[in-house]
Design a protein around this ligand. Structure first.
Ligand code: URA
Length: 261
């Protein structure tokens, strides 16, 4: 006797999402109810009734339930990238230099960087399609802490450290006070961790330059609660739920504080 084996349900692929999941993600019905709607012939894909539960919905497909078009809920994406030196924090570069796009996973929805790092700066770069959170994290009024590890020429004097704590006058503005930790002092150069809450263009480089200690290398170790950990140079990973919750809290706590003042 031959036994009939039930066909394996189709899995989501990069090319598409299972129809029942697509309907439930859009908030129309539970996954089980979506199965019923499909089985009852209420669901059309590109105008054709489909009763196949495993139908894959591909980008651009039009789905309706009893004639009501369904809009998919776009998945929100939160990535941290270990940006290498020699890569532009832009989606396209007219001068054809390498950009962060090359380092993103293939087939993901469009994400944008949360702020930017210089071409010659490495380290933590958040990428997301959650525009609201990105704006909040970047808004100067919420002042998210960013920590950089700088290799600088020479050694900081006590006066330099005081100036960095109090705020260094630059060409067009005075940088707010920074936290400083001298990690090591070698002959001719020092390694210093600096935490700032502003995010002006080339700010860290200009602060050290103004004090006569040009930056030789710069790596962002931390953006708010998100750090590099053991993420390799040029690699990306999704934020963990815990990291995402922490990031949301940072923006929120600072937003609440700003509202109260
Ligand atoms: N400050 C800098 O000078 N460069 C960066 O890339 C980030 C902060």
């Amino acid at each position: 006797m031959t036994r009939r084996v039930a066909p394996k349900p189709k899995q989501d692929t990069a090319a598409g999402v299972r129809l029942n999941k697509y309907i439930s993600q859009a908030g129309i019905a539970s996954r089980r109810r979506a199965d019923e709607l499909i089985a009852y012939g209420k669901v059309r894909v590109n105008g054709k009734v489909t009763r196949e539960l495993g139908t894959l919905v591909r980008p651009g497909d039009k789905v309706d339930v009893s004639g009501t078009p369904i809009k998919p809920l776009t998945e929100t994406i939160y990535l941290v990238m270990h940006k290498p030196v020699g890569v532009m924090t832009t989606m396209r570069d007219p001068q054809r230099r390498r950009t962060i796009v090359e380092l993103l996973p293939k087939n993901i929805a469009r994400v944008v960087p949360v702020g930017r790092l210089d071409y010659d700066t490495a380290g933590v770069l958040l990428m997301t399609n959650d525009g609201e959170l990105a704006n909040r994290l970047l808004h100067p009024r919420y002042g998210v802490d960013k920590t950089y590890r700088a290799t600088i020429a020479g050694r900081l004097s006590p006066e330099d450290i005081k100036a960095l704590h109090e705020g260094v006058a630059l060409d067009t503005y005075t940088a707010a006070g920074a936290k400083i930790r001298v990690v090591s002092v070698r002959s001719g150069y020092s390694v210093v961790d600096i935490t700032i809450h502003e995010g002006r263009n080339r700010q860290v480089r200009e602060m050290f330059e103004a004090l006569g200690h040009p930056v030789q290398t710069l790596v962002r170790l931390r953006f708010g609660p998100i750090s590099l950990g053991d993420l390799g140079v040029g690699r990306c990973r999704s934020l963990t739920p815990r990291e995402l919750a922490a990031l949301r809290r940072v923006g929120q706590a600072e937003a609440d504080e700003a509202r109260a003042t």
